[in-house]
Ligand binder design. Structure first.
Ligand SMILES: [Zn+2]
Ligand SMILES: [Zn+2]
Length: 312
């Protein structure tokens, strides 16, 4: 098995389109898959490939005038963990829905190393508020218990959530976290800008770096990831239930009905019974060929069970 690399950097990219072409050639040559978002404000990416390709990619980044010195995280995986390579140019490298000129990372919250964040969580000051800035379906399977969890499907709904909850942040020490750290960079700037909290912190490198250093720390359950693995078990705690039969379970599956495409939680028995569909209705539609059948996931369900077993 090779590697999945995760990285971001806020840096002034003068010509994102030219940079996009450069990345297309590089990733094509190295046989990488995944997704890279470029904007004038920087880069955000996840790629998968062989160990050798991953090493060459890191080398190319460190030799690049803009992207040298990026914190590049890795996880087990390879080019089969993503359906294709997508390199796109957007206005923001994470879609918060606020113009990067209006909200920059200049005013970002104080970075705490995983060890400092762990210390803060251990000492639990009375005025500490933790915010899980990830989406509701991510936090559903794993989080730091006691966190405020915005019930939102998209990150762009985050500012509205904060506006509605300012009272709860008043005079508080706010500790924010996301998966790799990138979402907190501008989200923490947004909270700081409101001027109500005593301090605004973010976990440097997000949950990814935190659980690397503190696998038995404050994060409980499954860490949701945006590659073929979907979930990585961190602790034995199961925070939610099968959407079909309600037994404790936190395993995500994508409905095989191509028109439904719902990502839902299902236990092994329900996966089998409904043949990877979210409901009896979807199962019947697929069986009678009344709808297009979804392409098999990049990592088959059986493979993912094996990966989880191997992890334990
Ligand atoms: Zn079930
Ligand atoms: Zn369905």
């Amino acid at each position: 098995m090779g590697k999945i690399l995760l990285f971001y950097k806020y840096v002034n990219v003068e010509q994102p389109e030219a940079t996009q072409a450069w990345f297309k050639e590089l990733c094509g040559n190295l046989g990488l898959t995944g997704r890279i978002i470029l904007a004038h404000e920087g880069i955000n990416g996840t790629v998968g490939g062989s160990d050798e390709s991953a090493a060459q990619f890191i080398e190319a980044m460190n030799a690049h005038p803009l992207f040298f010195g990026m914190d590049i995280k890795d996880a087990p995986g390879d080019e089969k963990y993503f359906p294709r390579m997508r390199i796109v140019v957007k206005n923001e490298i994470v879609h918060l829905g606020i113009d990067p000129k209006e909200l920059t990372v200049e005013n970002t919250g104080t970075h705490l190393t995983p060890a400092q964040a762990h210390e803060l969580l251990n000492s639990k000051p009375e005025n500490l508020v933790i915010i899980d800035t990830r989406n509701n379906y991510e936090a559903r399977v794993g989080t730091i218990p006691g966190s405020m969890i915005p019930d939102k499907r998209y990150f762009r709904e985050f500012p509205e959530y904060i506006d509605e909850h300012l009272d709860e942040l008043k005079d508080k020490q706010v500790l924010m976290f996301c998966s790799g750290g990138i979402r907190c960079e501008r989200a923490s700037a947004y909270v700081k800008e409101k001027g109500v909290s005593q301090e605004v912190y973010q976990i440097e490198g997000g949950i990814h770096r935190y659980i690397e250093q503190f696998p038995d720390g404050h994060f409980k359950g499954t860490y949701y990831v945006f590659d073929g693995r979907i979930g990585v078990k961190v602790s034995d705690d199961i925070l939610t239930n099968c959407d079909i039969c309600s037994i404790p379970c936190d395993f995500y599956v994508n409905c095989m009905n191509g028109r439904c495409n719902k990502q839902f939680i299902a236990c092994p028995e329900c996966i089998e019974k409904h043949q990877e569909c979210c409901s009896t209705t979807c199962k019947e539609l697929v069986e009678t060929e009344a709808v297009p059948v979804r392409k098999k996931p990049v990592i088959a369900v059986e493979e993912r069970f094996k990966l989880l077993e191997a992890q334990q």
